[in-house]
Design a protein around this ligand. Structure first.
Ligand SMILES: C[S@@+](CC[C@H](N)C(=O)[O-])C[C@H]1O[C@@H](n2cnc3c(N)ncnc32)[C@H](O)[C@@H]1O
Length: 165
């Protein structure tokens, strides 16, 4: 870990709600959000529910969540998909200094207290940090490449269960 005196800190975040998924353990989750078609509930706590207004017209949302079971001490890691170490900022590993998870999810339904979404990869009960509308016009980058991934040693089969909840 870096020298603690060199670490700049921000004020605390607030939990907006919790993501209810079919997966009780990290090792049972899909490896990435697109790997499973299971639906999940994004439950929003009462103080934040007015912020859901107008979401019903959105087809996709960006979800940001706190990967609360992550190991925050690691900066270099050898992923299961490769035999070489990579910096965590070149990986989508949950194990990183600020374990913020990101998924672009299909927005299936908007209710008063929760969203029903598809394409999420987190443990049941994972704290929700933010919801944003996904704009294909500015967020999509079809030309994007990750060279270490294209050259990786061990492509892996999917891990997630396809279930409804
Ligand atoms: C590779 S990460 C990707 C997370 C997110 N989609 C992202 O790109 O930021 C997904 C994995 O994180 C692990 N995971 C899921 N929820 C977690 C949690 N609440 N705390 C720690 N690890 C979690 C599971 O092993 C899951 O397969």
């Amino acid at each position: 870990m870096p020298d603690p005196e060199l670490i700049e800190r921000l004020p605390e975040l607030v939990v907006l709600g919790h993501i209810r998924t079919p997966w009780a353990r990290a090792q049972d989750c899909p490896r990435n959000a697109m790997e499973s078609d299971a639906t999940a509930r994004v439950e929003v706590l009462p103080p934040w529910r007015p912020g859901l207004a107008s979401l019903e017209g959105c087809t996709h949302v960006i979800l940001l969540y706190w990967l609360h079971q992550a190991d925050r001490s690691r900066l270099v890691q050898t992923p299961a998909s490769d035999d070489k170490p990579h910096g965590v900022f070149a990986l989508r590993t949950p194990n990183r200094p600020n374990p913020i998870g990101l998924a672009v999810a299909d927005l299936v339904a908007v209710r008063d207290t929760y969203l029903k979404v598809r394409h999420i990869d987190c443990v049941d009960g994972t704290p929700l940090l933010d919801i944003k509308p996904y704009f294909a016009s500015v967020d999509a980058k079809p030309e994007a490449r990750v060279e270490w991934w294209e050259a990786r040693a061990c492509p892996q089969p999917p891990r997630g269960q396809v279930t409804e909840n």
